[in-house]
Design a protein around this ligand. Structure first.
Ligand code: FPP
Length: 234
């Protein structure tokens, strides 16, 4: 936790994580890539703890993208198994910390048992107030925007404004991203919350996601406080 009084610190409302480097972390250790994801879940729980200390209200994570269907089936199965565990075996972790779980992304290709488990967790945590953990699976930023447009078309909307598009997004209730974090040394935003990151700060770190610790959130907050967010103004 940073020493500066919490009141004096600027705290992002909404933080996003591209949890990258799980496969490389495992390969480097001579382990199967799937082990990297298992450790990635532990890193996620540590990160959530780190964010709670700063009272961050929304955490969005990229667990499985619309492009990840192209990965080997074994890897796809492992990630979905971990998502199911997260919302069942680990549900107590979230309930005890007053964390509401929500999902962003599509549902049609996702196995029914996973959807059932996710829906139950969403229902059981719906009154939690401390923080929202927004889990992106079968999620793509472009896909979310396309779905918003299709919603506007089916609502017969004309003269569409930015607000109309924004309000039609699945994640409209979560607001814009204040800071995006990507681990593993890759410096790109891929297909994550493209609309929401227009004025987001971006923090890249070389750490592989499974090595990410609660104290690394301190570094993110320090970075965020060093930034002067001008939102296009001077
Ligand atoms: C990218 O790392 C990350 C993913 C494709 C998925 C991240 C998923 C997890 C950390 C575990 C499951 C999540 C939850 C919420 C239960 P990569 O595998 O592409 O790493 P690499 O670039 O080193 O190959």
């Amino acid at each position: 936790m940073l020493k500066k009084n919490k009141q004096e610190l600027k705290i992002p409302n909404h933080i996003g994580f591209i949890m990258d480097g799980n496969g490389r972390w495992a390969t480097k250790k001579g382990l199967p890539r799937t082990i990297g994801y298992k450790h990635g879940v532990e890193a996620l729980k540590r990160t959530v703890e780190g964010c709670l200390k700063y009272d961050i209200k929304v955490i969005s994570i990229f667990a499985f993208s619309t492009e990840n269907w192209g990965r080997p089936q074994e890897e796809i199965d492992e990630i979905f198994k971990l998502i199911r565990n997260l919302v069942t075996t680990d549900l107590q972790f979230f309930l005890e910390r007053d964390i509401r779980l929500v999902h962003m992304g599509n549902r049609d290709k996702v196995p029914d048992d996973i959807l059932k488990a996710v829906d139950e967790a969403i229902e059981k945590t719906k009154k939690c107030k401390k923080c929202i953990l927004n889990i992106g699976f079968d999620y793509g930023g472009r896909d979310e925007i396309v779905r918003a447009y299709n919603k506007l078309i089916s609502d017969k909307k004309t003269n569409v404004t930015e607000k109309d598009v924004n309000d039609a997004l699945q994640t409209a209730y979560l607001g814009d991203l204040d800071i995006l974090v990507r681990t593993s040394g890759e410096q790109r935003v891929s297909n994550f919350m493209l609309w929401q990151m227009a004025y987001s700060e971006i923090y890249f770190t070389k750490i592989y996601w499974p090595d990410f610790k609660a104290k690394n959130v301190d570094e993110i907050i320090k970075f965020y406080n060093s930034r002067n967010r001008r939102f296009g103004k001077i």
